[in-house]
Ligand binder design. Structure first.
Ligand code: NAP
Length: 407
């Protein structure tokens, strides 16, 4: 971590710049992309870039009547970010989807990043493909923790629990412990992940796959992430979480708690985002097929129109916009049936939230994902889905799209 003196000197300079910049511009400007190109130029002229890129990015926004603070990348121009972490080594433990996205982004931002994974495993191979060099920036897990000051635990959630007894003693005073999910520490009774009491424990949870974390960064945008503090021993934990959020490629950062992050995440993915939508698709398709509709008709009316036409409209401008874009007949019927579905689904969602909160979902996940046959078991389940009539019909429907590429 940068020394307090150098940080405050830098902050004072930044504040002056920020003040002048905000006088000049009524709206905060977006910092340029932290891409390879940005890194190359910004490393050379870091201070000049800071002057050009500074703007006041913290915002209090009104979310449907509730005021919330949102932190923005533009408060962390590259030079400030590099100065803040100039004495740090970010040790990324695990190189799955998040390790890949967060690690490459932080590296492109000019920070000192190393990767720690099982020697000669799949991640070890993948990391080398991405340019991490054994003995220089790629190490076995224990050695990376030893070398790191900020330990970013990006192992799979099940393996965070399995490896904890070996890793915990290496996370010594002065280091920072970072997660991208509240899972391990919130459900500590089940995971047994109990952080040492003398380190800051923080969270940056990107709201999307690590692949998206990377592609948005390369496009000069940035993913939305949640940030939270579990334990603040230095008094700087929150600031560090925000800075790390920016370092790994976030554009906007929303403050939450570890508990709220993990509850909403587990609930959402089991609900509308994945499990709920899969269940709705299957139920609607089954009734259509039972009533004599062909597979193509049942698929088109269930999945294709949803994903290709209507859901993108909701994403673009909201539910009323989607309604407005549809026929009067569709509108009337959908408006009448929406409350019926809401009422039918509410108890299921209540049950799901309780199952998340009381740890049932966590215990199931730890048990299943911790099995040695995990990869094969999952492959079998996904093959079964792939073989369901609805998804087989979907392949033929997709083959008729103008932009179709063989799958
Ligand atoms: N993926 C997402 O969309 C997403 C989004 C937000 C937050 N998160 C959170 O980010 C964290 C990382 O998730 P992820 O999806 O990137 O990773 P992941 O695919 O769940 O985990 C992959 C990593 O875990 C390692 N690993 C698995 N079992 C291990 C063991 N027994 N010992 C040592 N290493 C082991 C793998 O190494 P090997 O290759 O050697 O097996 C690999 O490097 C999790 O906390 C997750 O909840 C994920």
């Amino acid at each position: 971590m940068a020394s307090l003196a150098s940080r405050s000197a830098f902050r004072a300079a930044s504040r002056r710049t920020v003040f002048n910049a905000s006088k000049a511009a009524s709206k905060p400007s977006q910092a340029p992309a932290f891409s390879h190109l940005a890194r190359a130029t910004a490393c050379k002229s870091a201070q000049r870039s800071a002057v050009q890129m500074s703007s006041r990015g913290i915002k209090t926004l009104d979310f449907a009547g509730t005021k919330e603070v949102v932190y923005e990348r533009s408060d962390w121009p590259l030079a400030k970010l590099q100065d803040y972490f100039k004495n740090d080594t970010l040790a990324l433990i695990g190189y799955g989807s998040q390790g890949h996205g967060q690690g490459l982004n932080a590296r492109d931002n000019g920070l000192n990043v190393i990767v720690g994974v099982r020697k000669d495993g799949e991640s070890w191979r993948q990391a080398q493909e991405d340019g991490w060099v054994p003995g220089e920036t790629l190490f076995p897990i224990e050695e990376a923790i030893d070398r790191g000051t900020i330990i970013m635990n990006l192992l799979s959630d099940a393996s965070q629990s399995q490896t904890w007894p070996k890793l915990a003693p290496l996370i010594t005073k002065g280091k920072t412990l970072y997660f991208s999910h509240g899972f391990s520490v919130v459900y500590k009774e089940d995971t047994k992940v109990i952080p040492p009491t003398d380190v800051d424990v923080i969270l940056v949870a990107p709201k999307g796959s690590g692949r998206t974390v990377r592609t948005l960064f390369k496009e000069g945008r940035g993913i939305n992430s949640s940030i939270a503090v579990w334990q603040d021993v230095t008094g700087n934990a929150k600031e560090k979480a925000i800075a790390l959020g920016v370092a790994v490629g976030s554009g906007y950062l929303y403050e939450t708690t570890f508990e709220k992050e993990v509850y909403s995440d587990l609930y959402g993915e089991r609900g509308v985002l994945m499990g709920g939508i899969q269940g709705m698709f299957l139920a609607q398709y089954a009734v259509l097929r039972k009533n004599g509709h062909s597979p193509s008709e049942a698929f088109n009316e269930t999945v294709e129109e949803a994903t290709q036409s209507l859901f993108p409209l909701i994403g673009a401008k909201g539910m009323d916009y989607m309604y407005n874009a549809c026929s009067t007949t569709a509108r009337r019927g959908a408006l009448d049936w929406a409350p019926i579905f809401e009422k039918a689904n509410l108890p299921v969602f209540e049950k799901l939230y309780e199952s998340v909160k009381n740890g049932t979902e966590t215990r199931k996940s730890l048990e299943y994902n911790g099995r040695s046959t995990y990869r094969e078991d999952l492959a079998k389940e996904l093959a079964e889905i792939n073989d369901q009539e609805i998804w087989r019909a979907g392949k033929t429907v997709r083959s008729l799209r103008p932009d179709y590429k063989p799958e």
